[in-house]
Design a protein around this ligand. Structure first.
Ligand code: 13P
Ligand code: SF4
Length: 305
């Protein structure tokens, strides 16, 4: 079957078996096209609690599917490509966090949602890139350990100087490759364009940006801009923008670098296979771990609005 035929089959099948398809904005345009909900990781987590469907197909990476399962254990949550993981989510061990907590009992632990369920279980609250500032500023505790992303953490730290934020050494291997030279090059190539970047980019890159935010925020900024916009996040966002908004001008920052191989592991054939029960992984979590991890996600939804 070609892509169009597969998309038609997927639309028919998901109606028949009542499956909700969630897709992260980094997925390919043909997957975005058949999804019921597309968004950044915060939007996908919220959708998990809002829809009544008994079965969810999560097109993205493992921590996103785990998040849906943690919040909605009664649902069957399927990750179409079991190998699709976020390397950052696994950079820090839960033992290391436990040790820090014992040595620093006056600290609260904030975890970026790009973490394993086991790490979420060790923290007080989760945040996403779109909700981090709002949530951390609303926290009572002044002393905060922010895991794992040093780049998002330093962005939050700069915005909230009243907090004592300790950063760790995690990072997104995709966004962390962006340099100030990449930005200068793009700006000189497209002098009339504005620049929007994800806060997972290194600290040295952010001062060049006209907008810093999560993937949904970057899309809104790009669509509402009168000027062309250089897209400083994973290429899937740019691919969908140029396909759907031919009247507007977008450019991709550092095209060769901003490709998340894990996000690209899911293709439309795998989505179809998972939908008809011939592939994918049905996410299972230990119940004690799930309940512990749920506390931090519930807090995220409570404070994140
Ligand atoms: P968002 O919160 O913007 O969806 O980011 C998730 C992610 O994996 C970015 O690399
Ligand atoms: Fe993880 Fe980075 Fe890929 Fe996002 S882009 S899923 S943070 S590796």
């Amino acid at each position: 079957m070609d892509i169009i035929e597969l998309q038609e089959k997927i639309r028919e099948e998901k109606e028949k078996n009542g499956t909700l398809i969630l897709a992260h904005t980094y997925q390919s345009p043909e997957i975005i096209d058949i999804a019921d909900v597309t968004g950044d990781s915060y939007a996908l987590a919220k959708a998990a609690t809002k829809y009544q469907n008994k079965r969810v197909l999560l097109c993205g990476v493992r921590f996103m599917a785990e998040t849906v399962k943690i919040l909605s254990p009664e649902k069957e949550v399927v990750l179409p490509e079991p190998e699709a993981t976020c390397p950052m989510a696994e950079q820090i061990s839960p033992e290391r966090v436990r040790k820090f907590k014992i040595e620093n009992p006056d600290f609260s632990v904030v975890a970026y949602i790009n973490t394993t369920a086991a790490l979420k279980a060790e923290c007080d609250v989760c945040v996403t890139s779109s909700s981090a500032i709002k949530i951390v500023s609303a926290m009572e505790s002044k002393n905060i350990l922010f895991i794992p992303d040093k780049n998002l953490g330093s962005f939050v730290k700069e915005k909230l100087p009243e907090k004592n934020i300790v950063l760790w050494d995690g990072y997104c291997p995709v966004h962390n490759q962006i340099t100030a030279d990449d930005v200068k090059k793009a700006k000189s190539e497209y002098p009339d364009a504005l620049l929007a970047v994800h806060p997972e980019c290194p600290k040295e890159v952010l001062p060049f940006a006209d907008y810093i935010g999560a993937t949904s925020g970057i899309i809104d900024f790009a669509l509402n801009s009168d000027k062309p916009v250089i897209i400083g996040t994973e290429g899937g966002v740019y691919d969908s923008l140029i396909l759907k908004h031919k009247d507007k001008k977008f450019y991709q920052l550092a095209k060769q670098k901003l490709i998340c191989e894990d996000m690209k592991k899911t293709d439309i054939q795998k989505v179809y296979n998972a939908l008809v029960g011939k592939g994918g992984e049905n996410i299972q979590l230990d119940e004690t771990l799930r309940l512990k991890a749920k506390v931090s996600l519930d807090n995220m939804l409570k404070y994140g609005g």
